[in-house]
Ligand binder design. Structure first.
Ligand SMILES: NC(=O)c1ccc[n+]([C@@H]2O[C@H](COP(=O)([O-])OP(=O)(O)OC[C@H]3O[C@@H](n4cnc5c(N)ncnc54)[C@H](OP(=O)(O)O)[C@@H]3O)[C@@H](O)[C@H]2O)c1
Length: 274
């Protein structure tokens, strides 16, 4: 598997990222530190840790992610330029005048001067200051929101801009008005939902399709779709290779095992043969 992909900005995005959705604020700093740092005394540590962290204002843990990043930089574990940090504009900040506030809050919490990638979290908008529920939904104005995203790109606060959860139609609509084309569309994509049509469109338009929920997000509340881990093809490949379905499915990441992770060795987590 490629280590990175080239975006339409010319920048490289590491092919494997660590998403921090649903990681509790009190745990996320340790998770990030352990995922990025290579512990030299760990016999299973490989040469590189994660370099790509996928955050969002909506995950309510950016302050704690920021603390981990600051410590990693201060400890000399990695340099800012070696990390690829993504965040996302939440649905309550779609008004053009609120987009700058959205990125500024994320930058402040993450303790960064710029993001490598800033995404519109989804083509859905709620009234400012409200929570996600049907009565708070208001009509989106993606051209206006995108115009404000383009200003962030121009200013350098976001080195690439993109979208998330955009269908083919939404992406086509965006292309019709965009001065700066989206660099990324981050969508759910795995063997049970392969996004063939969207992938072809993204390829055609030079948009990097970034796949989230590689395991189909088992256990997430409200998600009752077909399970990746019990998919017959995945199960039969796993049986053939004598692996678990998750081992078959996940891309191979270069990781070290943190002593508090619940895994005793890297082999417990990943045997590295697939
Ligand atoms: N842009 C968006 O709208 C959006 C939406 C969703 C996700 N994302 C991004 O994608 C990232 C990953 O999403 P996700 O959490 O849905 O990913 P996922 O990997 O599909 O699902 C994670 C779930 O898989 C379980 N799991 C992990 N390893 C397993 C194994 N070996 N066997 C069985 N189950 C296993 C985890 O359980 P435990 O917790 O018990 O380990 C957790 O419940 C997020 O953090 C976020 O950055 C973006």
């Amino acid at each position: 598997m490629a280590e990175s992909f080239v975006l339409n900005t010319g920048a490289r995005i590491p092919s494997v990222g660590l998403g921090v959705w649903q990681i509790k604020p009190e745990a996320v700093s340790d998770v990030i530190y352990a995922a990025v740092k290579v512990f030299p005394d760990c016999p299973h540590a490989l040469l590189a840790g994660y370099r790509h962290i996928d955050c969002a204002a909506a995950y309510s843990n950016e302050k704690e992610v920021g603390l981990a990043l600051k410590k990693l930089f201060e400890d000399g574990v990695v340099k800012r330029e070696d990390m690829f940090i993504t965040s996302k504009l939440w649905a309550a900040n779609h008004a053009p005048e609120d987009v700058l506030e959205g990125i500024d809050n994320s930058l402040k919490d993450l303790q960064l001067d710029f993001l490598d990638l800033y995404l519109i979290h989804g083509p859905i908008r709620i009234k400012k200051g409200t929570t996600m529920s049907p009565e708070n939904l208001i009509r989106t104005d993606i051209p206006a929101t995108w115009g404000a995203m383009e200003k962030l790109y121009d200013s350098g606060k976001a080195r690439a801009i993109g979208v998330s959860n955009f269908t083919c139609n939404k992406l086509e609509d965006l292309f019709a008005v965009a001065r700066v084309p989206p660099a990324v569309n981050q969508v759910e994509c795995h063997p049970v939902w392969q996004q063939d049509k969207l992938r072809k469109l993204c390829q055609l338009k030079g948009v990097h399709l970034s796949a989230f929920s590689p395991l189909g997000s088992p256990g997430s509340p409200g998600l009752n779709g077909p399970s990746v881990l019990s998919n017959p093809v995945i199960v039969s490949v796993a049986e053939k290779l004598q692996k678990t379905p998750a081992q078959v499915r996940l891309p191979r990441a270069e990781v070290a095992v943190h002593p508090n992770s619940g895994y005793n060795t890297l082999e417990d987590l990943w045997d590295g043969e697939i």
